[in-house]
Design a protein around this ligand. Structure first.
Ligand code: HEC
Length: 134
């Protein structure tokens, strides 16, 4: 009888111990993830801050516009392709083409989906895209 009681106590103790161990593991994992998450967020903020500095038209183009404009995806005028750009520029003029890029036109998303771009950034990117066209 005493041995059985002792065994039962042992089982309870083991169960409690393993529950605690599982709890500790969860907390441990949370703690392990936390610093990594913080570092990651800090890194992203640093990258955004760096990206918010002065950017060249080419940089903006490469990060936000090339995906569509390099190959002419969805009918996008191809970068530095006179046949694609000249008719647009002749017909509408640079400022209208620029404003269309800011507001979006047909399959061209507003600001080319560049959330960190200013209207002047868009202008620089377009200037890069039409370089040598005229
Ligand atoms: C999702 C694809 C996509 C992205 C990304 C994109 N464009 Fe476009 N863009 C288009 C398409 C498609 C058109 C053609 C729209 C039309 O005239 O029907 C276009 C047209 C334009 C035009 C001509 C507008 C006009 O009035 O003729 C300009 C300027 C332009 N894009 C600038 C940009 C700039 C600058 C970026 C990056 C900041 C950018 N685009 C990113 C798809 C894209």
């Amino acid at each position: 009888m005493k041995i059985k009681q002792l065994l039962a106590l042992g089982v309870v103790a083991l169960t409690v111990f393993s529950l605690n161990a599982a709890q500790a593991t969860n907390d441990e994992i949370k703690n392990r993830i936390k610093p990594v998450g913080n570092v990651h967020i800090a890194g992203a903020v640093a990258a955004t801050a760096a990206a918010a500095g002065p950017k060249s038209g080419k940089d903006i183009y490469n990060s936000a516009c090339a995906a569509c404009h390099a190959a002419g995806v969805l009918g996008a005028p191809k970068t530095q392709d006179a046949a694609d750009w000249k008719p647009r520029l002749d017909e509408k003029g640079f400022d209208t083409v620029w404003q269309n890029a800011v507001k979006g036109i047909n399959a061209m998303p507003p600001m080319g989906t560049c959330g960190t771009c200013t209207e002047d950034d868009i202008k620089s990117a377009i200037e890069y895209m039409v370089e040598g066209v005229e």
